[in-house]
Ligand binder design. Structure first.
Ligand code: SF4
Ligand code: SF4
Length: 363
């Protein structure tokens, strides 16, 4: 491979503080093999990582998990990140976010909260999250966040079993006082891949969802920002995953492993480094996992000579791995991919509602 130019600075760091979580969503993006509590980075190491990230040029820090509130040192971590000059966003299910903890996080300088939403009614939300009374608790937390004037985004993860509630989900976000809603259709890696037959929406649902979003954008203009990520499998071309591999952001897992995206560990031949082994800047600029899919040399045909190769960068490497077993292949969602028929076959086999399989919950 030719020497690659140094990449621009990453914009965002996703810090997966822990894999522990009281919920057990069947589409969780955490890996099937999770890091135990004893393997998690300590407070001082995370604080160093945040400082290194800021020095590297990172602007936004997303504190995620698992459930980041499970870390007792969360306020200290927020404070350390703010001292490093980062904008700090907390991505949470809301479980464990008591008034006292919110007080501490606010005092530490938390900038923004993203609250996940499994459904718009307790029955479905608690069934999908695998946690009784989770929905009612989440409502209380949402009210407390907006009452404090903290900006709130709802993260609505949508799929076969809740996509029919999309209009209600959007109006629910308005009622709660959220400023933004991210409507993200499930991406099929890890636990979601295990549960794909139960989660993959129908074509009719996807078409209805697009119309619902278009209408809601008009209705709520100026009141609610709406971001919609439609399901890949129904697209003709893949999305530019992560804006291109190793080009906009990086993930650090609970044990300090640095990944180019949250699913990158599903690519078995990649060599990952930990923040305890090398400085973050070194890993970002020269780490073998980050270099693996930068530039064009790694591409196969038809991507290599395609006019869209700098638009979608050949699509998602993890999706290519999941569907073809070859992380360098053209993303099979692409109409030009020789493996697109495999995606079409999956869409042709979607079960009827009464034949949906049971969820395999994350453990
Ligand atoms: S997707 Fe669900 S189970 Fe996974 S970390 Fe988020 S809330 Fe927890
Ligand atoms: S062939 Fe590759 S670069 Fe061209 S549109 Fe498909 S995925 Fe994108």
């Amino acid at each position: 491979m030719r020497d690659l130019p140094l990449p621009p600075a990453p914009i965002a760091l996703l810090a997966e503080l822990t894999h522990r979580c009281p919920l057990s969503c069947p589409y969780c993006s955490n890996p099937l093999e999770m890091v135990a509590r004893e393997g998690e980075l300590d407070t001082a190491t995370w604080a160093r990582v945040f400082a290194e990230a800021a020095d590297l040029g990172v602007l936004q820090l997303h504190l995620s998990g698992g459930e980041p509130v499970a870390r007792r040192d969360l306020p200290e971590l927020v404070e350390a990140a703010r001292q490093a000059g980062l904008y700090v966003n907390l991505i949470t299910s809301g479980i464990g976010l008591t008034e006292a903890r919110l007080d501490a996080l606010e005092a530490a300088g938390l900038d923004h909260v993203q609250l996940s939403l499994q459904g718009v009614r307790s029955g479905i939300a608690d069934r999908i999250g695998g946690y009784k009374s989770g929905f009612d608790r989440k409502l209380e937390v949402a009210k407390s966040i907006t009452a404090r004037g903290l900006p709130l985004t709802l993260n609505a993860v949508m799929h076969r079993q809740n996509l029919d509630d999309l209009a209600e989900t959007i109006s629910f976000a308005v009622e709660l006082g959220a400023r933004r809603i991210e409507i993200a259709c499930v991406q099929f890696y890890g636990w979601a891949l295990t549960n794909r037959a139960a989660l993959l929406p129908t074509r009719e649902q996807v078409e209805m969802a697009k119309r619902t979003v278009a209408q809601a954008v008009q209705t709520y203009r100026g009141r609610l920002a709406i971001d919609f990520v439609p399901p890949d499998y129904y697209a003709d071309f893949p999305k530019a995953c992560m804006g291109g591999w190793g080009s906009t952001g990086l993930n650090v897992t609970p044990d300090g492993t640095v990944l180019p995206c949250h699913a990158a560990a599903t690519i078995p031949h990649l060599e990952f480094q930990r923040v305890t082994e090398a400085p973050l800047a070194e890993i970002w600029q020269h780490g073998p996992a980050f270099q693996a899919f930068r530039g064009h040399d790694w591409m196969q045909e038809p991507c290599r000579s395609c006019a869209r190769r700098d638009i979608d960068h050949g699509g998602c490497r993890c999706q290519a791995m999941a569907l073809t077993g070859d992380a360098s292949a053209t993303d099979p969602v692409c109409r030009y991919s020789p493996q697109r028929p495999a995606v079409d076959a999956l869409l042709a086999e979607i079960p009827e509602a009464e034949a949906l399989p049971e969820f395999t919950y994350r453990r």
